[in-house]
Design a protein around this ligand. Structure first.
Ligand code: BYC
Length: 308
């Protein structure tokens, strides 16, 4: 029986069709999907914090409206993704508990502080840029609800990327101090953005199986290279220097070569020791505790409506 089901899954993946919530799927596939979707959902929600930090201090009403809309979009992405995880049988309250108790991860990038308004632009340009690079192929991921959520998320991420780049272009046309802010933010966010793609392929325990299952379409290193190749001309146009003296075009490879990534720093951030890990989790926990009465009221209302 399991063999027949397994060959049905193999055929579905082989023909590039989607696995849907009611289909049989191997336990490992379900676990991997829940892990990746939950980590992605947590990243969207925690990712609201670094930029949310600047909403009250946006330099103009226009910038405030743009930033507010972007941060709200991230909340929406989190909601689609938690819903996608629920289709696999995951319990949303449990996922939140796993996040705030540090047992489930979220993207390393959100453990870095946002020190100036230029960080809002650089996050849009580099962090959303990296997210798009990673997530466009996920629109063809083998799990239907995840792939479909990703289509809308990618459209919104493209808007986020453009608003960041536009903000930076504006700042670069401003004063010397503004140009320095953009350069400083680029210096701080470049390397952490490269880490977003995950460990190198030879140290990525999940990649091979996730690629065989059609969950991931490209390896971590392939996507990282694509991101570097895409970002270099954008940096040139902007007039900023990427903080990597080894960055240069390699004619033979048809790609940019880049310097070594500090994987010890990445390991430290994943272990909870990045500059903002404790603060991010503490804020998320506080928000969850503050919302308890809303959840209780909603449950009571649903129970009463059900009894009628
Ligand atoms: N940070 O075997 P690997 C966004 C973990 S964008 C933290 O390569 P996999 C946003 C990994 O989970 C960011 N942890 O794993 C943008 C695994 O740990 P476990 C979110 C990381 O899954 C702008 C271990 O390291 N995007 O939300 O095959 C504004 C070994 O790695 C990281 C997504 O989540 C990292 N950077 O590949 C607001 C996209 N990298 O779970 C919001 C979907 C690796 O075994 N996710 N780890 O304990 C993916 O594409 C893949 O999960 C990854 C990792 C490429 C991230």
């Amino acid at each position: 029986m399991t063999e027949t089901l397994q060959s049905h899954v193999d055929e579905t993946i082989g023909h590039d069709r989607r696995i849907e919530p009611r289909d049989w799927m191997p336990d490992g596939y379900r676990r991997t999907m829940i892990r990746q979707i939950a980590q992605h959902a947590h990243s969207e929600i925690i990712g609201m914090q670094p930029e949310g930090n600047w909403i009250t201090r946006a330099p103009s009403l226009r910038r405030k409206a743009i930033l507010l809309a972007k941060v709200q979009d991230e909340a929406g992405h989190g909601l689609y993704l938690y819903s996608a995880a629920e289709t696999l049988g995951a319990d949303r309250a449990e996922l939140t508990e796993l996040l705030i108790s540090g047992r489930q991860k979220y993207s390393s990038i959100f453990n870095y502080p946002t020190l100036t308004y230029a960080d809002v632009g650089v996050i849009g340009w580099l962090v959303d840029g990296a997210a798009i690079c990673n997530q466009v192929p996920l629109c063809r991921s083998s799990y239907g609800p995840y792939a479909r959520a990703m289509v809308r998320i990618c459209k919104e991420e493209s808007f986020h990327q453009r608003q960041g780049y536009e903000l930076l272009l504006t700042m670069m046309r401003g004063t010397e101090a503004q140009r320095q802010m953009v350069q400083d933010a680029t210096n701080r966010f470049w390397w952490p953005s490269l880490m977003m793609f995950g460990p190198p392929d030879d140290r990525s325990p999940n990649s091979a199986q996730s690629m065989a299952w059609g969950i991931k379409r490209h390896s971590n290193d392939e996507l990282r290279q694509r991101f570097v190749d895409m970002s270099v001309p954008q940096a040139e146009k902007l007039g900023v220097t990427l903080p990597d003296p080894q960055l240069r075009w390699n004619d033979e490879r048809g790609h940019y070569d880049f310097g070594p990534i500090d994987w010890d720093e990445f390991g430290a951030v994943l272990a909870g020791n990045g500059p903002c890990n404790a603060q991010r989790i503490q804020r998320r926990k506080q928000a969850h505790d503050d919302g308890a009465w809303v959840r209780e009221a909603a449950m009571a209302h649903a129970a009463k409506a059900g009894a009628r």
